[in-house]
Design a protein around this ligand. Structure first.
Ligand code: SAM
Length: 348
């Protein structure tokens, strides 16, 4: 069957370092679409081009655009419209050497579709390895150096493929559409644990001996940090789950963060986390007061509990600006496990 020309989606990009202004396939929480659109509207050069389906849109993305409400992105370097969605046709297609040559080192395919396709991605991968001329031995799911992202959008008449090659870091999240796949542990004591696990995937160099957990109860984050070898000071007036309180690495301080701070003299932490139920601007100010307790280059992971409605954006921006006076912001985004929240990952 005759194939249509690729959609006119702009230039093919010449390097893995993505160029200044590009078209990107973005994923976001549908509940926060309005806020994401507002961020795009407020940023010069950014543009909402086309909504593909709920939670997925094509945007123009200037290099220095860092929105709160995007979970995942990949550059659209090639698009292709197939008239049939048969596996044979899709599997025989290749983006060409100009793109395949950019697949460096260990790589992974990240594949998603808006609807169930008549075949599985598991059956597509061996065909694409063959068609792209890539060796399956270079495939690495956990820590790839390059990601080949492909999103299939199926309408009633045709199947469109959007494809891009980028670094996992560029994509913002290691999971396609940002859909974090970390399962909940049997030993988990709170749903909040998933938020920290997701954030930790984004700071792989995190290390050290001592951690401070502000707003620790019932103790999920404390449990995870203890499991990773940290001695944890867990601060919360509320009780910890007895399984967490009994861990030898954990010391519970049954008081507020403010009182705890007044009592501290000279302890240095390599990691400070905070999941307190507190107005974001106040939480950020408190983090500035706590900053002297954190080692130089120490990590801060903080959830900002946002108000509902359009003021959330203003509040998030103000909080981030205040944090920036003492911390280098690595990421500040709504992660998959965040509801009305933004997770800030920062270093001193
Ligand atoms: C969402 S829970 C934290 C859940 C925790 N991250 C976990 O994984 O189990 C928020 C906690 O913040 C605590 N909190 C609120 N204000 C606080 C303050 N000023 N100082 C210390 N803890 C506070 C509350 O008591 C509550 O236990």
């Amino acid at each position: 069957m005759a194939k249509k020309e690729p959609l006119a989606l702009g230039p093919i990009f010449s390097a893995l370092t993505i160029q200044q202004e590009i078209k990107v396939l973005c994923s976001y929480s549908p509940d926060f679409k309005t806020l994401f659109q507002k961020e795009i509207a407020d940023f010069e050069g950014a543009e909402w081009l086309h909504e593909l389906d709920e939670g997925t849109a094509i945007c123009r993305w200037p290099e220095d655009f860092r929105p709160f409400f995007c979970r995942h992105r990949f550059p659209i370097q090639v698009s292709r419209m197939f008239e049939s969605s048969e596996l044979q046709e899709v599997g025989a297609w290749s983006p060409g050497s100009h793109l395949v040559d950019r697949v460096k080192g260990l790589f992974s395919f990240q594949l998603a579709a808006n609807r169930r396709l008549p075949w599985s991605f598991g059956s597509l991968v061996p065909l694409w390895l063959d068609a792209f001329g890539l060796s399956g031995e270079r495939m690495e799911k956990r820590r790839p150096e390059t990601v080949v992202s492909a999103y299939f959008h199926q309408s009633s008449t045709e199947l469109t493929l959007y494809l891009g090659v980028s670094s996992p870091h560029w994509n913002l999240s290691p999971w396609m559409r940002g859909e974090c796949r970390i399962p909940r542990a049997k030993t988990s004591v709170s749903r909040a644990e998933q938020k920290l696990l997701e954030a930790l995937e984004l700071c792989p160099r995190l290390g050290g001996r001592r951690a401070l957990d502000l707003g620790a109860a019932p103790g999920g984050w404390t449990r995870i940090l203890a499991e990773r070898g940290f001695q944890v000071d867990a601060v919360d007036p509320a009780e910890l789950d007895p399984r967490v309180a009994a861990l030898p690495e954990v010391r519970h301080h049954a008081t507020t963060a403010g009182v705890f701070l007044e009592q501290q003299k000279g302890i240095a932490y390599q990691v400070m986390v905070c999941d307190m139920k507190m107005e974001p601007v106040m939480a950020s100010r408190l983090m500035l007061e706590f900053a002297p307790l954190l080692d130089q280059h120490g990590w801060l992971i903080l959830t900002l509990k946002l108000p509902k409605g359009p003021s959330a954006l203003k509040v998030a921006r103000e909080s981030l600006e205040s944090l920036s006076s003492s911390f280098q912001i690595i990421q500040a985004r709504q992660l998959f496990f965040n509801r009305n929240e933004v997770t800030v990952i920062a270093r001193k």
